[in-house]
Design a protein around this ligand. Structure first.
Ligand code: NAP
Length: 330
């Protein structure tokens, strides 16, 4: 089988595999449950979603090439063209890989195209395009970037504390505030959804322990970015992640040093009102972003997300829909 190496992409296979282990229970923060009957609702055994070698070997996975990636989920989503900002980062890589595996057209806006190319290999430009751009620089955000784009997922970020990744003035203020503001300011009016990955704790940045995380303003600037999105008139969904677990570990900050492992952290907890404080698998965050694009009730909403041990919704849109719907009725 021809294979394409995707460096630093992690464990999509495990996520899909979990999903195929049916039936399973999903438990949300409300204790809400739903049964997933995934193999009859999307990708059955005869249509492999992705074929990956060993997951959770940090730093590398192998995914089958485009010709091998056939699944039923692509059909209803085929009209989507998703712009991913931060596609070379931890969550962003997983978003991009998942879109690729579903054959959803995507365009990555990255600061370092060779890095993106080495991550994703040679791909058909009809499916995956790589464009160069830095959100701090309004001149980079030319209208052509948004041509044909129907949805945007923004996974940009930098470290909470000064690090090498702040070099060149890439601080939270510049990325999480100014970058998000610059991006949102030029989104086309035709856009169907803008999904922003943010953080739990942004409304509590003056309270312990959040005030420690916020020593250099990361939560404050993320909240400013969020507020700009909410007031922009753009149809949005904000996903506030808990502390991110599982690879790839591209964020060299305190969180990374702790390096919590995902294990089987697949069950999803969603909340609203900035009350959740736990951890979340990057895979789960990536999938939540993709699923939110199509779930009507997520428009104009802000969710916190954690994941805990247990089977989760995987890529099952119906289960995600129920999870998102349930949290709003609390
Ligand atoms: N770490 C945690 O525990 C935690 C908790 C809650 C929320 N979050 C947030 O969740 C999000 C995703 O986290 P992650 O760990 O996946 O992030 P990450 O690995 O640090 O990736 C960040 C991405 O943003 C890109 N980026 C940075 N500055 C940019 C700029 N000026 N213009 C364009 N792209 C830029 C990076 O590109 P390069 O590859 O060029 O650097 C990279 O692709 C971030 O917003 C993060 O702050 C993290």
């Amino acid at each position: 089988m021809a294979t394409t190496k995707l460096s630093l992409l992690n464990s999509i296979r495990d996520f899909s595999k979990t999903h195929q282990r049916v039936p399973h229970l999903l438990v949300s923060s409300t204790g809400f449950c739903c049964k997933s009957i995934s193999s009859s609702q999307g990708h059955g055994g005869s249509s492999p979603l992705v074929v990956l070698t060993n997951a959770f070997k940090e730093g590398e996975i192998v995914v089958s090439d485009g010709a091998e990636i056939e699944n039923l989920e692509t059909t209803p989503s085929s009209s989507k063209h998703v712009l991913v900002i931060g596609g070379t980062g931890g969550v962003g890589q997983l978003v991009a890989a998942s879109l690729l595996s579903k054959k959803i057209r995507s365009r990555l806006l990255v600061r370092d195209p060779p890095k993106a190319k080495s991550l994703f290999g040679e791909q058909d430009e009809e499916i995956l395009e790589i464009w160069k751009g830095d959100t701090r620089n309004p001149d980079d955000l030319v209208p052509e970037i948004f041509e044909g784009v129907t949805h945007v997922i923004c996974c940009t970020g930098t470290t909470a504390f000064p690090s090498k990744r702040w070099e060149g003035d890439n601080s939270p203020e510049r990325v999480d505030w100014e970058g998000v503001r610059n991006l949102v300011s030029v989104l086309p009016p035709t856009l169907k959804r803008f999904v922003l990955v943010s953080s739990v704790g942004v409304t509590k940045c003056n309270e312990l322990p959040w005030s420690i995380m916020n020593l250099f303003g990361v939560l404050k600037f993320k909240k400013m970015g969020e507020d700009f999105v909410c007031n922009s008139g753009v149809p949005f969904t904000i996903i506030r992640a808990g502390r991110l677990t599982d690879g790839p570990y591209t964020s060299y900050d305190l969180n990374t040093l702790l390096k919590a492992t995902a294990g089987q952290r697949r069950a999803v907890l969603l909340g609203q009102g900035d009350k959740l404080t736990g951890e979340v698998s990057r895979l789960v965050v990536a999938e939540a972003c993709i699923q939110a694009l199509d779930i009507k009730c997520t428009e104009g909403q802000i969710y916190e997300i954690n994941s805990v041990e247990g089977d989760g919704p995987g890529k099952d849109s119906k289960c995600w829909s129920e999870l998102f719907g349930a949290v709003q009725t609390q």
